[in-house]
Write a protein that binds this ligand. Structure first.
Ligand code: COA
Length: 217
């Protein structure tokens, strides 16, 4: 990304590093690589771990919808409602995305997370590490007080990651997924439980010029 663009939109300089992972706002080149990873498969065809079944679209709607989703998040960013969808690189190779989003964060101090990895990169601990990285950003660098996550019956790995990171069950919500009633298990992690967790520290670079984007002012 050119230096002039980074000066205008400082999020481009944000980097999270934890173990073999680097998380960064995806460039358009990153998006082109990520869409290939996602097209190779994220889940078995008879499962749907997402509230919005974006993985079921055929080509080229899938690719175009993927790009437009990421461009929309950039375009619609505001301190009142932001969604940081980070590309995840494992030993330099793009493997998936880790999202962190919030509404009225300056007041609520509450974030939500969601994520996906290419199927061949799942079950290796990457999901736990990338969630830990964005929680480190949220709790230790942005001043979050709580983080939420949800897991559908077809996303057991997400629930395992939440429980491993000391989230507690936080009720259930009935959802409509592909026209069917599906019960989502909600999870909540407080900053107190985060502080009690034994975990590696995330290295955060480039945040200093971004605080107004997360909080306004
Ligand atoms: C959710 C996701 C990002 C987690 O990443 P990950 O790298 O697979 O997670 P980890 O390897 O850190 O941990 C997942 C754990 O769940 C376990 N797991 C995976 N699939 C499972 C299944 N179907 N049933 C039971 N356990 C399962 C893994 O074995 C692992 O446990 P272990 O470390 O004790 O072996 C990834 O699995 C994924 O992209 N899944 C498909 C999309 C999805 O469900 N996204 C979440 C929507 S909210």
């Amino acid at each position: 990304m050119a230096g002039r663009l980074e000066a205008l939109w400082p999020l481009w300089r944000l980097r999270l590093r934890l173990g073999p992972l680097e998380l960064r706002p995806p460039s358009d080149e990153d998006l082109a690589a990520l869409v290939e990873v996602a097209r190779e498969g994220v889940h078995p065809p008879d499962r749907m771990p997402f509230l919005s079944p974006w993985t079921l679209l055929g080509s080229p709607a899938f690719e175009q919808g993927f790009l437009q989703h990421h461009w929309r998040l950039r375009a619609e960013w505001s301190p009142q409602a932001w969604s940081l969808e980070l590309a995840v690189a494992y030993e330099g190779q793009l493997v998936g995305c880790q999202g962190l989003w919030a509404s009225d964060f300056a007041v609520t101090r509450t974030v939500e997370t969601g994520s996906w990895l290419g199927a061949r990169f799942q079950g290796l601990g990457i999901g736990t590490t990338m969630r830990t990285a964005v929680l480190g950003l949220a709790f230790d660098h942005l001043g979050a007080l709580e983080a939420h996550s949800g897991s559908l019956p077809d996303s057991p790995a997400s629930a395992i990651v939440s429980r491993r990171l000391l989230y507690r069950e936080n009720g259930v919500v009935a959802r409509a997924v592909r026209g069917q009633r599906v019960v989502e298990q909600r999870y909540r992690l407080t900053v107190q439980d985060w502080r009690a967790l034994t975990r590696p520290e995330v290295e955060v670079e480039g945040l200093a010029d971004c605080h107004h984007l997360f909080e306004g002012g």
